[in-house]
Design a protein around this ligand. Sequence first.
Ligand code: 13P
Length: 233
Amino acid sequence: MKKLHIVGNWKMTLNKEDSIALAEKIKTISKKDNLNIEVAPTSLYINDILKILKESDINVISQNFDFESLGSFTGGICLDQLIELGVSKSILGHSERRSKFNESDDQINSKLETVLKSQLDVIFCFDSYDQVPFDLIKNNLNDNSKIKLTLAYEPTWAIGTGKTASIDHIVEIHTKVKNTLTEYSLQNVPILYGGSVNPSNSRDILSSNNVDGVLVGGASTKFDQLLGIVNSI
Ligand code: 13P
């Protein structure tokens, strides 16, 4: 049985009260074999959520980080600070960071290089095959037995629109990426799908070939829907 990942990206959608209330509910979700569940709250409340989910089966990860280390970078959040709080993984390169915060491919790829050299794991988002920097990954991730990278295919048009990509389309892109990863001896890198995942489509998506999990936005901020996705496995 393959290991599956369900990752909830809360984006900037919840205030403090709602984030805490959601975390209090999801701490009751118990781990199933071969299932890894993670949530990414907004950075402002990440410490509160970490404390609530400390003893639970749910891992707390970051939505993003800035390129630099500790220093004079007003408004930034660096890997050292996340590590200090006990965060072990971050999302990187989400299409909203690319389109709404103008992060370029070059900037995101250099952040990828930085995080791959750090002790943190990373979920690197891409919206087309060409956006995956295979050479950079290969050069910075030599040991296929200790993979600290996850890829997440998130077609921009499927994010928050209710228009989920077809299973055929998801499998086609994931297989193309997996084949290239295999050529680079990186076949253990998991590939998640994200874009309008909900309890009605999660079972089909999660059981598809070369799909190792889902990156969920809106549905992950509603306890019943998150639970529905977990129970669809
Ligand atoms: P939705 O699930 O709301 O479409 O968002 C997907 C996403 O962007 C997860 O990172």
